[in-house]
Design a protein around this ligand. Structure first.
Ligand code: ARG
Length: 462
């Protein structure tokens, strides 16, 4: 076999690996995505080796130049990735030999693919987390814009999908801003945990070379080197944390999508979407379906699945590196790609959403949604204990239900049968807008609160 085609370990082996094993053992089609991180880490490692006089400077500089050339080749799609060299690390090392000759042999001093891959991957996950946060910021901005236009839009708030109490559509939307802000924090918290550099742990035991791990860690943008070489090569907590944050974020998107699907139904008709985010039916000419929302909801399964797979890979793995770990990258990449797409589609959905304010308001008036306001009024104005007021209000609801009228349609005479000296101007107690406006408690749905919150959220983004 020509030297060019030999694997790194060919001197020890008498036979090439079987075709099918070569295929499933190779990860190059997945981990080529790490080429930037891999070259960055290799250059830094080489700089450290030169600084520590572990390798000759002349060869080290050749390595660095060669690596830069390889980066350009890959950037310009001129690089030929080869399955027989398994992964991105060996593809790059092999190409380095082609470009600079035997000096390339110094690169892998005091490191192993085990610490190399986890270093590359950590760098990637860090920047992916920041990228997701950028998109989350865009999503939050989009929601805030929509909320600003709907501060006074009254709709029924639901519990058990039964009309509960009048709320502002903006307040409803801002509930999601809270969720997405927590998601942002989760991704940021993860970065804090990722921030230790494994490079220099070598295969699992560390190395006898006088390496400077602090130098490497700093240059690669980590706070410090990892403490334990065994943990360094076997730890994938950071991947699990990313997948977990992604799964939670996807769950939030899915709930939003589900709400939109319900609100967009003919039965609810609370919102409508621009044609840009709808699809038709191949048989029913009248249809306009909210497919993007359904895809967001469906794809959550992918984010959940990847997390579950990663946890399962780890659960029985003896400590340190095993090839099982190779699939970690595909899981995280898929989860990231899926989440990025569903976040972007969510932004589109919200941008192209229009609130059908009259329908929302009409629905808010159904189901005696101000019965609690009436009870609260009795507590405040008639000094009744809440339970007694609740009971009177229940009876009023029963009466209105029997008469098939809304609470605000009851005459003063009728109401006085349930509570003496109820004044006419007090009937505004049954009005859905005044109900919404009255919820001034911190975090409540009063427009006054909402305006303050929108300002606060905006200053949190910038
Ligand atoms: N491609 C491998 C992975 O992603 C790199 C590490 C290989 N290490 C080894 N001991 N086979 O996990």
């Amino acid at each position: 076999m020509k030297n060019k085609n030999k694997t790194v370990w060919s001197d020890r082996f008498n036979k090439p690996s079987s075709k099918v094993f070569q295929r499933i053992g190779a990860s190059i089609h997945i981990d080529k995505r790490l080429y930037n991180e891999d070259i960055f880490a290799s250059i830094t490692h080489t700089q450290m080796l030169i600084k520590q006089k572990i390798i000759p400077k002349k060869d080290g500089l050749k390595i660095i130049n060669g690596l830069k050339k390889i980066k350009k080749e890959i950037d310009n799609k001129k690089f030929k990735f080869k399955e027989k060299f398994e992964d991105i690390h060996q593809n790059i090392e092999k190409r380095l030999f082609e470009i600079i000759g035997q000096s390339a042999g110094y690169l892998h001093t005091a490191r192993s693919r085990n610490d190399q891959v986890v270093t590359d991957f950590k760098i990637w996950v860090k920047s992916a987390s920041l990228d997701i946060n950028k998109v989350l910021n865009l999503l939050i901005k989009t929601i805030l814009k929509k909320a600003e236009k709907n501060i006074n839009t009254v709709m029924p708030g639901f519990t058990h999908l039964k009309n509960a109490q009048p709320i502002s559509f903006a307040h409803y939307l801002l509930a999601y801003v809270e969720m997405f802000n927590r998601d942002k924090k989760r991704f940021l918290n993860n970065i804090d945990l990722i921030d230790e550099c494994p490079l220099g742990s070598a295969a699992l035991a560390g190395t006898s070379f006088n390496i400077d791990r602090k130098f490497t860690a700093k240059k690669l943008g980590f706070k410090k080197p990892t403490n334990n070489s065994i943990d360094s090569v076997s730890d994938r907590d950071f991947a699990i944390d990313f997948l977990s944050a992604a799964a939670t974020c996807a769950m939030h998107l899915s709930r939003l999508a589900e709400d939109f699907i319900i609100f967009n139904s003919e039965a609810f008709s609370f919102i409508e979407f621009n044609d840009k985010v709808l699809t038709g039916s191949s048989i029913m000419p009248q249809k306009k379906n909210p497919d993007p929302a359904e895809l967001i909801r469906g794809k959550t399964a992918i984010n959940y699945g990847k997390l579950n797979s990663m946890l399962t890979i780890m659960k029985g793995l003896p400590i340190s590196y095993y090839k099982d770990l190779q699939d970690d990258k595909e899981l995280v990449f898929d989860s990231y790609d899926t989440l990025r797409d569903t976040l972007s589609v969510s932004i589109e959905l919200i941008t192209n959403l229009n609130a059908k304010k009259n329908n929302m308001r009409n629905m808010a008036q159904k189901g005696y949604t101000t019965a609690t306001d009436f009870a609260d009024y009795l507590v405040k104005k008639k000094n009744l204990p809440f339970r007694e007021a609740y009971s009177i209000s229940s009876k009023l609801v029963n009466y209105a239900e029997k008469k098939r009228v809304r609470l605000d349609q009851l005459s003063l005479n009728k109401i006085n049968k349930f509570i003496k000296k109820f004044r006419m101007d007090s009937t505004k107690i049954f009005d859905v807008v005044s109900s919404m406006n009255s919820k001034v408690s911190f975090g409540g749905t009063a427009p006054k609160n909402i305006k303050k919150m929108i300002t606060k959220y905006k200053s949190g983004i910038k």
